[in-house]
Write a protein that binds this ligand. Structure first.
Ligand code: HEC
Length: 105
């Protein structure tokens, strides 16, 4: 039979394990979404590798100066020849994280 402290430790351990799994799962799901969103909504112009060699546009790649700008605003409002892209705040976050992880140099 479990005493109180052992039972509490077991419950705490279970909760920590669940929390860890949910963090891992949510993180990878967001990363996956970011890639999908970029490929579906951005790659036509920005290129699948963020190099600006898109199918319908040839534009500057995401260079070093690029990341100093507030990139989220350009997505929501559009900028220059880029139209506003309707994404939820979560989708915007996911796609920006994907871009930073893969294209930032
Ligand atoms: C129809 C073509 C097109 C699509 C689709 C597009 N972009 Fe752009 N994007 C551009 C162009 C062109 C620029 C350069 C803006 C300019 O003309 O100054 C740009 C610029 C940007 C910038 C830089 C803004 C800055 O401050 O310098 C970001 C960030 C960006 N795009 C992100 C995205 C993301 C994320 C997506 C997908 C959700 C996307 N774009 C989809 C054409 C596009």
């Amino acid at each position: 039979m479990l005493n109180g402290a052992t039972a509490r430790a077991a419950i705490l351990g279970t909760l920590l394990t669940l929390a860890l799994f949910s963090v891992l799962f949510v993180t990878s799901a967001a990363a996956q979404d970011g890639k999908q969103i970029f490929n579906n909504r951005c790659a036509l112009c920005h290129g699948a590798d963020g190099d600006g060699k898109g199918v319908i546009m040839q534009i500057a790649p995401f260079g070093p100066d690029f990341w100093k700008a507030n990139d989220d605003a350009a997505i929501a409002k559009g900028k220059g020849r880029m139209p506003a892209i309707a994404l939820s705040p979560e989708e915007t976050k996911a796609v920006v994280e994907y871009m930073k992880a893969n294209f930032k140099k």
